[in-house]
Write a protein that binds this ligand. Sequence first.
Ligand code: AMP
Ligand code: ZN
Length: 110
Amino acid sequence: MESCIFCQIAGNEIPTAFILEDDLAVSFKDIEPRAPVHFLVIPRRHVASLNEARDPALLGHLLDFARQTAEKIGLEQYRLVINTGRDSGQAVFHLHLHVLGGRKLGWPPG
Ligand code: AMP
Ligand code: ZN
């Protein structure tokens, strides 16, 4: 999807340093970090949100990709967040996993 910022990142149209990449997914630092470590995992293919995801294998891959990325940067304690829908805080409608860590995280999230 041409106008989608995360499609542009995945397609290298917006230069972005990937922490990890493969055929299906990429991970990169969040531009507005909410924790000392905050990166995003996105599928290369456009999926608007978890509600539109119809591929359990891809979802499993994204989860494993988050773990692989955390392992690569030596992050052992972290939280995964998938905001789904505007009321949850979703602002970019291309599925993404937030991975947050590097400090003690409050519970429950706001
Ligand atoms: P959400 O609010 O769950 O849709 O999260 C979208 C996230 O994308 C926010 O945390 C933004 O800071 C982040 N973001 C938006 N544009 C960029 C970008 N160009 N590079 C990295 N992160 C971005
Ligand atoms: Zn997209």
